[in-house]
Write a protein that binds this ligand. Structure first.
Ligand code: MN
Length: 159
């Protein structure tokens, strides 16, 4: 893969000794994640989880950078998008990413602190493919990523 011009690129090291099987193994091989988050603590937490699962990560700290990152290099397999962001909010950034021919198929999951009833429907109505409330549940995060990657790429043939 060519070096992208995306801001703040972080490449995850190869996964550690944990043995990955089935869906997990395929996930490791396939998924490049664009993580859009301005809160340092949340970013570090999600980054850790993704690295532990052997996923490749690109980071953006605002909506403008997110749009640029999604447009440069190979499209990400999934976008994790915070809603409240400086420069441009997550809903606007998601809509722009979804409006581009080369990234319109990329699932975008909302990461938001607001876990109030009705929010999920609202976010899905805006066009998000899924929703994760903060604080992030590690198991749910990995499940959502796996589901989304599979929804786009189809089931694994090597299970
Ligand atoms: Mn935020």
């Amino acid at each position: 893969r060519k070096q992208g011009k995306a801001p703040c690129i972080t490449r995850s090291p190869e996964a550690g000794p944990r043995r990955l099987r089935g869906r997990d193994r395929l996930l490791k091989k396939m998924a490049k994640i664009l993580l859009v988050e301005d809160n340092l603590q949340n970013k570090i937490l999600v980054h850790e989880i993704l690295v532990m699962n052997g996923l490749e990560i690109i980071e953006a700290k605002n909506g403008v950078d997110a749009v640029k990152a999604a447009a440069s290099g190979a499209p990400p397999d999934i976008v994790l998008m915070d809603i409240q962001l400086p420069e441009m909010d997550g809903v606007t950034a998601m809509r722009i990413i979804k409006s581009q021919e080369r990234t319109k198929h990329v699932p975008v999951l909302a990461l938001t602190a607001s876990a109030m009833k009705g929010d999920e429907e609202k976010l899905l109505g805006y066009g998000f493919d899924g929703y994760l409330a903060k604080p992030i549940d590690i198991k749910k995060l990995i499940e959502k990523i796996t589901e989304s990657v599979y929804a786009v790429k189809g089931p694994a043939k090597t299970l």
